[in-house]
Write a protein that binds this ligand. Structure first.
Ligand SMILES: [Zn+2]
Length: 107
């Protein structure tokens, strides 16, 4: 087994003391743990035209949508600013409501 060279002095006389790596040359100690991968999901969300949407985009509604549980209807052409993409069936957070990206297009 080979140990990584010391990140500080580049010595290859390093060893692992079961908790961390140690460099006997400069006494530097470090954990060899990989920096955890950024766990942020790379959501692939496309609008009705197949364009990729991203957090912060502005979108337009492409059809009238009746809101569940209310008589309110969102009109085609309604603009939502600064959307956020989320996981799920309704994958676009438009602020006060969640919508499906298939009903939206990038403004
Ligand atoms: Zn060193």
């Amino acid at each position: 087994m080979t140990f990584p060279a010391c990140p500080k002095c580049n010595s290859e006389n390093t060893y692992h003391d079961s908790i961390q790596f140690v460099c006997p040359d400069c006494t530097y100690e470090w954990t060899g743990e990989e920096v955890a991968e950024d766990d942020e999901d790379q959501l692939i969300v496309k609008d009705s035209n197949g364009n990729l949407l991203a957090d912060g985009d502005d979108v337009l509604l492409i059809k009238d949508l009746k809101l569940k549980g209310s008589s309110e209807v969102l009109k085609k052409g309604t603009k939502f600013k600064n959307i956020r993409l989320v996981n799920g069936d309704h994958n676009v957070d438009c602020g006060k409501i969640m919508l499906k990206s298939e009903f939206l297009k990038k403004a």
